[in-house]
Design a protein around this ligand. Structure first.
Ligand SMILES: O=C(O)CCC(=O)C(=O)O
Ligand SMILES: [Fe+2]
Length: 220
């Protein structure tokens, strides 16, 4: 059950688990020709592959229960504030929390390694408990994404949330992608340094969402 753990108690279930399918086995589908690329400005691009992760209901439940989610606090100017989401990070030596993530990582590397020039290696997980959880405008620029082209691949499971993208230059409008249950989005090229992305808060009743981000070594 979605709310069987004390950590999750109080959260609304994200969806009615599918009654007609009995997909306990979470597994990514094919990539190949199913990925749709959109060029942004300044050499940035995004790839979208809707409903890539099969069995995403079961995967959501397992990750919600088994990942050692933790809250963080960060300094913002002169204050220390709660990070508005729960987090877990798996570096390249860590065992991923579910075999479906190993399969996803392998499939992403088969599809992207030649273009990326290196494998995706780390996995960052975020749990957005409800519409009050969010991530503010940013690029993943703590590491090499500040200076180099790179890729960040994100699998979204649970309640759909909007992912917003805008150029740092402010010279084109904000783009919105509703990331649904099982969807894959890959941000590539200069996206981390020339564009920013955000998951905005929403006042609508909103169940939990888990985001799984795969990044190459040295990209955060
Ligand atoms: O939740 C998401 O899909 C985005 C998370 C994100 O941008 C990040 O962790 O850097
Ligand atoms: Fe990010």
């Amino acid at each position: 059950m979605f709310d069987s753990s004390p950590r999750l108690r109080g959260m609304t279930p994200p969806f009615q688990a599918s009654l007609l399918t009995c997909e306990d086995e979470a597994r990514p589908g094919p990539l190949g020709g199913t990925v749709r690329r959109t060029a942004l400005t300044l050499g940035a691009w995004i790839d979208l592959r809707p409903t890539w992760m099969g069995g995403a209901d079961a995967l959501f439940e397992r990750l919600a229960e088994t990942v050692p989610w933790h809250a963080e606090r960060r300094r913002m100017y002169d204050r220390v504030v709660d990070v508005p989401r729960l987090l877990a990070f798996y570096d390249e030596r860590a065992t991923l929390p579910d075999p479906a993530l190993d399969e996803a990582l392998q499939a992403l590397n088969d599809h992207y390694a030649a273009e990326l020039g290196e494998p995706f290696r780390t996995a960052g997980l975020c749990l957005y408990r409800d519409g009050r959880d969010s991530v503010a405008w940013h690029g993943d620029t703590l590491g090499r994404g500040r200076t180099e082209d790179t890729m960040v691949a994100i699998i979204s499971i649970g309640t759909p949330r909007a992912l917003l993208l805008r150029p740092r230059s402010g010279d084109s409008p904000t783009l919105r992608h509703d990331l649904g249950h099982g969807d894959l989005i890959v941000m590539g090229g200069s996206c981390q340094r020339t564009w920013e992305h955000a998951i905005p808060k929403t006042a609508r009743p909103t169940g939990p969402r888990i985001s799984i981000q795969f990044r190459p070594r040295g990209v955060r």
